[in-house]
Design a protein. Structure first.
Length: 582
């Protein structure tokens, strides 16, 4: 790697960070006036006195930016005589040198004495919004420049100091969704789950498609050859390399937030954007770790499986959990403290059989489904070895981070539905008997939004549960309610499903959301108590909604609801269940 002498501005080559003297790094976003290696070398070394010896490139913003970074290094008075910049310290005409530089770049950032983050679109005298909206936070390469160095100093367009990473950690965490612990202690980066680290890159952009993967090599401690021209295959290669080095299955826990009919069928994500809502998925040592590997058929993996008859879909359990948190106050005097309460539940993904022992990813809805913890501990929890296909649908359009599906406004807030099947002792919340779920479905009747109502309809056989939330103007749950009812002929459900030209079922103008919510649920009870809807089974499953709102790392609110259906008859034989799965 080459470094710039901050006094003479000459370039000198060092063959490892360990052999280099203390150096600073310039982190910035590229413009059209950057200095290349050949431009810097092709002229006399820049002099500190440009009055008598004008430099042919002194008019370029990139040239002035490097000189200003050198001046900062001299002014810091920390015996830093060298600077690295990615524009003129790498000869990009050499593919071998470029490959070596990118594969070792994280180590050079990690070993730097300090990193100067230059935000050329920010004024220090401006508002907080100006800082968090800087383009620097949206670029792929700046992610490792933010996380790897021991010290990161932020400067505005006039090189006015704005603060260091430690002082600005809370603000940076809010805009980047990076866990604040990773910002405060860079040594913990590789302890976060794969899904969490992928989520940090979900909104970031690169000029070249391949760089979406190459800029993440250091984040995942991966080395691999660069093949510019391979397009998004680079991100697939990156995931293959990650699987070789870890037993963390959260790499399979990504979400598809769009139309299920357009969802990818590959077990691997096509873009980091698919991990946007995965910031709260953690490695869970209580579940246990198990090896899995790439094969020429797909990913060979041993997992717990639960078969359902929902469009032939099967639930596959991964060795990671989704963790939500809530702030609660304890005590009633001056010593009252705010505590963080965590709830976590194992991550299950949908899959669909395409042949014996071969499955593809399925995406049925955007609602987060959990399986009741006491339920999963009561049923047979043996594992099955399967192959998850990694073949992507060739005709599928590839959404970009800027698209409607993956934009910054995408929200997964709402009910986190925790489902169980069997005979539950409601007093101690433990099962006397637990059954495989069979057929159940969840339909979103209305999308969530500010100052609106949203509804989820959960169905099992002839029993329905309608879950509703009234959202305030800030996008937070204000009121919520549920109603269980029997609907053998589907008459009530047909009235619940909104027609295309209507905004929502039973829309009432001129009343607040809470009044409208309660009116809808009264109407459901009246419709479901007609004589022809009487059931010989108990139409009221056990339903319990937690009274406190939980939040994920996206700061999206969730309401955990436990729904336990009585199931008749008893469980199917295991061998018959396995036959259906295949």
């Amino acid at each position: 790697m080459r470094l710039i002498n901050v006094h003479t501005h000459e370039l000198r080559e060092f063959f490892s960070a360990a052999a280099a003297p203390p150096y600073a790094i310039l982190s910035h976003t590229w413009t059209s006036e950057e200095m290349t290696f050949e431009a810097w070398q092709g002229t006399a070394a820049p002099s500190r006195s440009l009055v008598n010896h004008p430099h042919p490139h002194q008019h370029k913003a990139g040239f002035r930016k490097i000189l200003s970074a050198c001046a900062q290094a001299r002014a810091q008075n920390e015996n830093i005589d060298w600077l690295w910049c990615d524009t003129n310290c790498i000869d990009k005409r050499s593919s071998a040198e470029l490959t070596e530089a990118i594969n070792s770049m994280f180590a050079w950032y990690r070993d730097a004495a300090v990193c100067y983050a230059y935000l050329d679109d920010v004024d220090a005298g401006g508002s907080k919004e100006g800082f968090v909206r800087s383009r620097w936070f949206t670029r792929g390469w700046t992610l490792q420049e933010l996380l790897a160095p021991e010290k990161v100093l932020f400067f505005d367009r006039n090189w006015q100091f704005m603060g260091d990473r430690a002082a600005l950690a809370k603000m940076i965490s809010e805009v980047t969704r990076i866990h604040i612990g990773a910002l405060e202690d860079r040594g913990t980066i590789h302890k976060y789950s794969i899904a969490q680290r992928m989520s940090w890159a979900a909104d970031r952009e690169t000029t070249r498609e391949e760089d979406v993967a190459y800029c993440l090599l250091g984040i995942f401690d991966i080395n691999m050859p660069l093949l510019y021209g391979e397009g998004m295959k680079a991100f697939q290669r990156l995931q293959h390399e990650i699987i070789k080095t870890t037993d963390d299955q959260s790499i399979l826990a990504w979400d598809w937030l769009g139309n299920p009919d357009e969802a990818p069928t590959s077990a691997l994500a096509l873009l980091p954007a698919y991990f946007r809502s995965c910031g709260s998925i953690i490695r869970d040592p209580d579940i246990g770790m198990a090896p899995y590997a790439m094969t020429n058929i797909g990913i060979s993996i041993e997992v717990p499986m639960i078969c359902t008859s929902v469009t032939g879909a099967i639930l596959v359990g991964l060795n990671c959990s989704r963790q939500l948190h809530a702030k609660v106050e304890r005590g009633y005097d001056r010593s009252r403290k705010e505590l963080i309460v965590f709830r976590r539940s194992q991550v299950w993904i949908w899959s669909r059989s395409t042949g014996r022992d071969i499955f593809e990813r399925a995406h049925l809805h955007s609602t987060k489904i959990f399986l009741d913890d006491s339920y999963t501990s009561s049923i047979d929890n043996s594992t099955t070895k399967i192959f998850l296909s990694t073949s992507a649908t060739s005709t599928l359009p590839v959404p970009t981070p800027q698209s409607r599906l993956f934009g910054r406004g995408v929200s997964t807030a709402g009910f986190a539905i925790n489902i169980g099947f069997g005979m539950l002792n409601a007093h101690i919340l433990e099962y006397d008997k637990a059954y495989f779920p069979g057929s159940f479905s969840i339909i979103s009747l209305k999308r969530r939004g500010h100052s609106t109502l949203s509804h989820e309809l959960v169905s099992y056989k002839d029993v329905r549960v309608l879950l509703s939330i009234a959202w305030d103007q800030y996008g937070r749950p204000q009121n919520w309610h549920h109603t269980s009812f029997f609907d053998s002929q589907g008459e009530v459900s047909r009235q619940l499903l909104p027609e295309k030209e209507r905004e929502e079922p039973w829309s009432i103008n001129g009343v607040d959301n809470f009044t409208q919510l309660m009116f809808i649920h009264r109407q459901i009870k009246e419709l479901s108590t007609k004589p022809d809807t009487v059931s010989r089974y108990d139409p009221n499953p056990f339903v319990k909604i937690e009274d406190k709102v939980l939040y994920d790392l996206l700061n999206c609110p969730h309401l955990m609801v436990r729904i336990v259906f009585n199931q008749y008859p008893g469980p199917e034989p295991i061998n018959e269940l396995n036959r259906k799965c295949n």
